[in-house]
Write a protein that binds this ligand. Structure first.
Ligand code: NAP
Length: 276
């Protein structure tokens, strides 16, 4: 696996998404993921699983410095004191002194961004977080956040998969030295895995459709993917993507699926997205 270098952070290109994983099963998934080679785990205060994620981290037996842990502050907790409290509570639940990356989970137009970004910086300068970043920030908001931040933001975590063009956000991230972390990288499976661009590449490389889609992510400059699975046996499958490469033509054929323009995570509190 390679790391994506982003403003001083080395972010492992493949991480484990943990949304919906809970309790002992979540802990087991995290420790098993680490045993098959994952070094990056993504959680959030809102996932209600940080305690279990922390148990899984400890059960792995790996040194803390070998694992990159991300958590997020929910969009209702972005007033400065709330953000700091949220970060501290996350650390308590995780059983860690510091996360590697602390993100604003979603922007909140009702809470001034300046205060939230200052608090995010305070979380970094007081050592609660090694690095800071944002999630679900379209390009205009991302520029504002970058301008407001003393410390460099290292990542913007956004929905990205072959059915959704994120060229603008990816370019904005790269221009600022940041990583773009793909959530819903598999578009939650289903139809995507039956697309010819995916199945033909899978047959050519003797890989599964899931592996082809994850390879498509990590083969793009500055992109990190955090697929989730509930199934122990799929952890190794989703990690086995660093022993082959897609051709330029295969990459282009998969990218062309973005004309479907499918956005999965779109809520009444979503920001104004960049037009495709
Ligand atoms: N920042 C945000 O606002 C935000 C929003 C959404 C998600 N996220 C993060 O991103 C992570 C990933 O996104 P996601 O969980 O929404 O979607 P995803 O990773 O695109 O898809 C997960 C789905 O794909 C299936 N799957 C996984 N590996 C597979 C494989 N090899 N073959 C076939 N199916 C496979 C899983 O089914 P099985 O469980 O049956 O394997 C699961 O139903 C989350 O867990 C979370 O950490 C962040």
């Amino acid at each position: 696996m390679h790391n994506v270098n982003a403003n001083g952070a080395a972010i492992p290109a493949l991480g484990l998404g943990t949304w919906t994983l809970k309790g002992d099963h979540c802990a087991e998934m995290v420790s098993h993921a680490l045993s098959v080679g994952y070094r990056h785990v993504d959680t959030a205060a809102a996932y209600d699983n940080e305690t279990a994620v922390g148990s899984g981290l400890r059960a792995s037996g790996l040194a803390r410095s070998d694992i990159f842990v991300t958590t997020k502050v929910w969009w209702t907790d972005l007033a400065p004191a709330d953000l700091m409290r949220s970060a501290e509570s996350s650390l308590k639940r995780l059983g860690l002194d510091q996360v590697d990356l602390l993100l604003i989970h979603w922007p909140n137009p009702k809470i001034p961004l300046e205060g939230s970004i200052k608090a995010l910086n305070a979380a970094k300068s007081t050592g609660l977080a090694r690095h800071i970043g944002v999630s679900n920030f379209p390009t205009a908001l991302l520029s504002q956040a970058i301008a407001l931040s003393d410390a460099p933001l290292v990542a913007n975590q956004v929905e990205y998969h072959p059915y959704l063009d994120q060229t603008k956000v990816r370019r904005a991230c790269r221009d600022a030295g940041m990583a773009m972390v793909s959530y819903c990288p598999l578009s939650r499976g289903g139809l995507l895995f039956a697309e010819r661009a995916v199945t033909e590449a899978a047959a050519r490389h003797s890989k599964t459709p899931g592996q082809i889609v994850l390879r498509w992510h990590v083969q793009q400059d500055g992109v990190v993917a955090i697929p989730r699975t509930n199934r122990l046996e799929r952890l190794a499958e989703n990690f086995a993507i660093f022993d082959f490469a897609l051709s330029d033509a295969e990459m282009a054929a998969i990218s062309a699926l973005s004309k479907a323009n499918i956005r999965i995570c779109d809520y009444d509190f979503s920001p104004q997205w960049d037009a495709a």
